[in-house]
Design a protein around this ligand. Structure first.
Ligand SMILES: Nc1ncnc2c1ncn2[C@@H]1O[C@H](COP(=O)(O)OP(=O)(O)OP(=O)(O)O)[C@@H](O)[C@H]1O
Length: 216
């Protein structure tokens, strides 16, 4: 079944500064939506607003035409990978895979470097490895939508390839919103691409559009 998550009427001010003023985005099952924008243009704020973690001046968020708020309370609808580590470092991989109802054996086939790590805790992993676990949880768990804030940061080229493979696999049964400064990878994996500039989202199709809008 195709589900739809729509966002509009988002206005966000920090003091006298208007960060977001005219945002429309639509995510749907089976599609990857890419979000690009220069540093400080409001991508992370927009994701936090969608998740319900940041209160803007106004917003309208609809899941299959019904208004929703506080999506952070609905992991069945939306899981979010923030820029910082969100799974407590003291948890073992065994515990994490059990909490997210995922099979470690499937994971270790895809990432053989984790073969001997089932009972170890996150704090014994490298920053990049810890991030791989979090990305895997958000993408492969049973939620209808996933939102990823800079999943490719600090990852090696081979891992970036694997993450894009996971995104393509996960989109078979969910809608995905992803932002990252690796814009070429974002362009490659996105079915729909938005550029956030001057507080507004611009639906774009190609690098020429991004050039025209002053992003590259
Ligand atoms: N709590 C806050 N108080 C005041 N200003 C804030 C706050 N949080 C964010 N901002 C400002 O809002 C703007 C948008 O920030 P945001 O983190 O969403 O940008 P971004 O597009 O994700 O940037 P980057 O690509 O560098 O991660 C920035 O100018 C930032 O300084």
């Amino acid at each position: 079944m195709i589900h739809k998550l729509e966002v509009d009427s988002v206005v966000l001010d920090f003091g006298p500064r208007r960060v977001l003023s005219d945002v429309y985005m639509k995510f749907e099952t089976g599609k990857v939506t890419g979000l690009l924008g220069k540093n400080g243009n409001g991508k992370t704020c927009l994701m936090k607003i969608i998740y319900g973690q940041l209160q803007p001046n106004s917003k309208s968020i609809r899941f299959d035409e019904s208004h929703v708020a506080e999506l952070y309370k609905r992991p069945d609808l939306l899981l979010y990978l923030p820029q910082f580590n969100f799974i407590p470092a003291g948890l073992s991989l065994k515990r994490i895979f059990s909490d997210f109802s995922l099979d470690f054996q499937v994971f270790e086939k895809f990432f053989p470097e984790f073969n001997s790590k089932y009972t170890t805790t996150l704090k014994t992993l490298s920053g990049g490895q810890r991030r791989i676990i979090e990305i895997y949880m958000v993408l492969m768990s049973n939620s209808k939508f996933a939102m990823l804030d800079e999943p490719f940061s600090h990852q090696s080229p081979l891992v970036i390839e694997k993450i894009t493979e996971l995104i393509n696999q996960a989109k078979n049964n969910k809608g995905i919103l992803v932002t990252d400064h690796m814009y070429q990878t974002i362009i490659e994996i996105s079915d729909h691409l938005y550029l956030l500039a001057n507080g507004k989202t611009h639906l774009t199709k190609c690098v020429e559009d991004l050039k025209f809008l002053g992003y590259v």
